[in-house]
Design a protein around this ligand. Structure first.
Ligand code: NAD
Ligand code: ZN
Length: 238
């Protein structure tokens, strides 16, 4: 007898909030400032042009914080969903914690803090030791920058295209730990909704997404996902 086993298509959009419980500050939270600077003053092409060393110092501080932390329960639950569901994660985070938890299908909308990009020849490479001598340089002599998307910059084309495609083809779309302020990621839940996905939002605070959510779980990422994990178990064919 033929058995059909349909795996629910789940897309999860994550923001800085999912890594908060690992100990990485969000930009807009109370610990988001660095030496009195806001992220918006450092994470821009203009800031890098003006003072690459200052921008690199900030990234080196963030690398140090991120290098020490571990994925938390929320990252682990999502990694565990890979076998159960047809799952993709779209993350705005640059910390690589989803991959560290074991997730494979991850779209990085804003790049990755462990990668560098040459501002002269465009080469991209990973270097965990880049902060030994700042500003780091490419083999061509060009100044290297973090391979992340800064305020005012376009998102990587493939990542954006894939995200829209996923938003248009999900049974369930979940936004976790994202304020919904940073575009174009902020549009994804409403696109998913217009294509018929059921929208879940997990955040300790109401956001613009919680207004359009079918279910708003007002909770931290770890406990919120644990609750959702249990609720979804009941819906799976046994
Ligand atoms: P954001 O705009 O995504 O907002 C953070 C959200 O997380 C807020 O809505 C807040 O209520 C929520 N939050 C706080 N604690 C939470 C918890 N324990 N569980 C679930 N949600 C929680 O993030 P931002 O900090 O304003 O950053 C803007 C951009 O910078 C985004 O691209 C963001 O991903 C990036 N960023 C990345 C990292 C990282 O890689 N870890 C850290 C800071 C910022
Ligand atoms: Zn180069």
């Amino acid at each position: 007898m033929l058995e059909f086993y349909y795996k629910m298509r789940i897309t999860v959009l994550t923001g800085a909030g999912i890594s908060a419980e690992s100990g990485i500050p969000t930009f807009r939270g109370e610990d988001g400032l660095w030496e009195g600077f806001k992220a918006e003053e450092l994470a821009t092409p203009e800031a890098f042009e003006r003072d690459p060393i200052k921008v690199w110092e900030w990234y080196c501080w963030r690398r140090e914080v991120i290098g020490k932390v571990k994925p938390n329960e929320a990252h682990k639950i999502l990694a565990n969903w890979q076998g159960k569901y047809d799952l993709w994660i779209i993350t705005q985070n640059v910390d690589g914690l989803h991959q560290k938890a074991g997730s494979k299908k991850v779209v990085e909308l804003h790049g990755n803090i462990w990668r560098l990009r040459c501002s002269k020849c465009g080469r991209v490479w990973e270097d965990r030791e880049a902060c030994r001598k700042i500003p780091p340089r490419c083999s061509c002599g060009g100044l290297a920058r973090p391979d992340v998307v800064w305020f005012g910059e376009a998102l990587p084309e493939w990542a954006l295209r894939k995200s829209y495609e996923l938003a248009g083809a999900s049974d369930i779309f979940i936004a976790v730990g994202t304020s919904g302020i940073v575009q174009p990621a902020a549009n994804l839940p409403s696109i998913a909704k217009s294509f018929g996905a059921k929208i879940y939002v997990i955040n300790p605070e109401p956001t613009i997404h919680s207004e359009i959510a079918d279910i708003f779980i007002q909770d931290k990422a770890s406990t919120g996902l644990r609750r959702l994990d249990e609720a979804l178990q009941d819906k799976r064919p046994s």
